[in-house]
Design a protein around this ligand. Structure first.
Ligand SMILES: *Cc1c(COP(=O)(O)O)cnc(C)c1O
Length: 495
């Protein structure tokens, strides 16, 4: 039977998975959710004997029901291949008293690769299924990480091209080099003289420009976006929760049916929502522990039932979690509102106009699966050092937020359920913060200078992604003024 998708903000018409992937966002501004979360139809014991790719198929076939077996398996094979530097794709390592699920073995050494390596294939397959002949042009504004992961995912994928705008003076040296050395005839990277907000506004304006859409269509192009609310990014993230649970089962670390906790360093709420979906599919989960940095809007939400973005925005050493509007939370709100689109729409409206909303007591009761925690900058640095001193394992700042939150949680609750911590970036990506947490003498040195030191300290081979950009030639040097973004796109596409 076909699993259909609806918007979180209105009952409206339901769409198929491929249509939801193509559209990204519903017409009413809501997010697409499956009308129900499917249950796994093979046992976890059986999955424990499967590879990552086979597990991916068992999960995705239940969500993307309008894809044929062959289509889906082709997408999976193309995504989870030698771009990853380990056959396991997402290895689980035990250190100290927790298991770290390493989600950073893909092309850009951060967890966004888990979804962005398959999204381009889901998108082109969806286009074919819906008889779309145009080339899909992915337009993205980035403050650093997403841009590179999207470039790597879409590079040389037939039927697509990708244009990334970034603030010329607003990203780190490593991030800029990662982007401007990107290979692939269908990739374009453009620096703008403005900041990230300017880049984002420019991209939004192009998406909403009907005249431009018409000219694009005449030339055989149409825009699409790769942002994190696409259901084609959420579902692939469910896979590694199922996979990691079944690895514990395979190793005999847990018995069949035994519950585990997941701790997830959270920004936009996509990663932890995928864990919630995994639980609803039948994975035995105790607590879902949502870890925030000093931008602890989610921690406060789980404590009080009030989501309030009216607060100072703090720049931290875990920048991918520096977020005050966690877009994917809307899917959870919809769920705990009893799939009530009207109620969800009202709350999102309040968020837009007043910057906050309050959930009802009844909804709050349905949040029992979750608990929130947060780590200060000092806690985060201390945790990196503690785990390094005790075990020799070097973790990145985002993972350290989660690890710190886990230990606070454990002290408070004495919960000794086996626990998996989502490890979302390689320490090489945030070398300065990581190394100065271990030894103050590294403070002020840049990420590039610290690569060899980090290698000596951690004993972890320098990832290809890092090695490559040290020597790779610059392939993109276009810079434009903010007001000329559209002109630049027109020129690139030859409109
Ligand atoms: C994006 C990101 C996160 C946050 O994930 P969400 O799905 O947005 O909650 C955490 N850590 C790293 C390294 C990231 O890139």
């Amino acid at each position: 039977m076909e699993l259909m998708y609806q918007s979180t903000r209105s009952e409206g018409t339901k769409v198929t998975a491929s249509q939801a992937i193509l559209k990204g966002l519903a017409d009413d501004g809501g997010l697409f959710v499956p009308v129900s979360i499917p249950k796994l139809d093979v046992s976890l014991e059986d999955i424990s004997k499967m590879t990552y790719q086979e597990t991916a198929y068992e999960v995705m076939k239940l969500f993307f029901t309008d894809f044929t077996e062959n289509e889906l398996k082709t997408c999976i094979e193309r995504a989870y291949d030698s771009k990853f530097d380990t056959k396991e794709i997402a290895p689980l390592v035990k250190k100290s008293d927790a298991y770290y699920l390493e989600l950073f073995h893909g092309a850009t050494i951060a967890f966004k690769d888990m979804a962005l390596s398959i999204l381009p294939h889901l998108l082109t397959t969806s286009a074919k299924k819906n008889n779309i002949k145009n080339e899909i042009v992915i337009l993205t504004a980035t403050s650093g990480d997403t841009g590179k992961a999207a470039l790597a995912g879409f590079a040389d994928v037939e039927g697509t091209s990708i244009i990334v705008f970034y603030p010329k003076n607003g990203v780190s040296k490593i991030q800029e080099r990662q982007m401007v050395t990107q290979k692939g005839a269908n990739t374009k990277v453009v620096g703008i003289t403005g900041n990230f907000d300017d880049a984002q506004s420019g991209v939004k304006a192009m998406f909403n420009n009907k005249e431009l859409a018409k000219v694009m269509d005449e030339h055989g192009y149409q825009f699409s976006s790769a942002n994190s609310i696409n259901i084609g990014r959420l579902v692939p993230q469910v896979v590694y929760y199922v996979y990691s649970y079944t690895r514990l089962l395979a190793n005999g670390d847990i018995k069949a049916g035994e519950k585990v906790n997941f701790v997830v360093p959270t920004g936009n709420f996509g990663n932890i929502l995928a864990a919630f979906y995994a639980k609803n599919m039948g994975v035995p989960v105790g607590k879902l522990i949502c870890a925030s940095n000093e931008n602890k809007v989610l921690y406060d939400f789980f404590e009080t039932g009030v989501y309030d973005r009216n607060r100072e925005f703090i720049l931290t050493s875990s920048p991918s979690m520096d977020i005050l509007i966690s877009s994917n939370l809307e899917r959870l709100i919809f769920r705990i509102a009893g799939d009530d689109a009207k109620k969800t729409a009202d709350m999102m409206d309040a968020l837009k106009t007043t910057g906050k909303y309050t959930i009802t007591d009844e909804m709050k009761l349905k949040l029992a699966d979750f608990t929130g925690g947060w780590a200060s900058e000092e806690d985060t640095a201390k945790e990196i050092k503690r785990v390094f001193d005790e075990t020799g394992y070097v973790m990145d700042t985002h993972t350290a937020v989660a690890s710190s939150v886990y230990h606070t949680y454990k002290e408070k609750t004495n919960d000794d359920t086996k626990t998996i911590i989502a490890s979302t970036a390689s320490p090489y990506k945030f070398g300065t913060s990581v190394m100065s947490a271990i030894d103050k003498k590294y403070e002020g040195m840049d990420d590039f200078a610290l690569i060899d030191e980090l290698c000596k300290t951690s004993g972890v081979k320098i990832p290809n992604a890092v090695e490559e950009i040290r020597t790779a030639p610059v392939l993109h040097d276009t810079v434009c003024e903010t007001k000329d973004m559209q002109k630049t796109v027109e020129k690139i596409l030859g409109l």
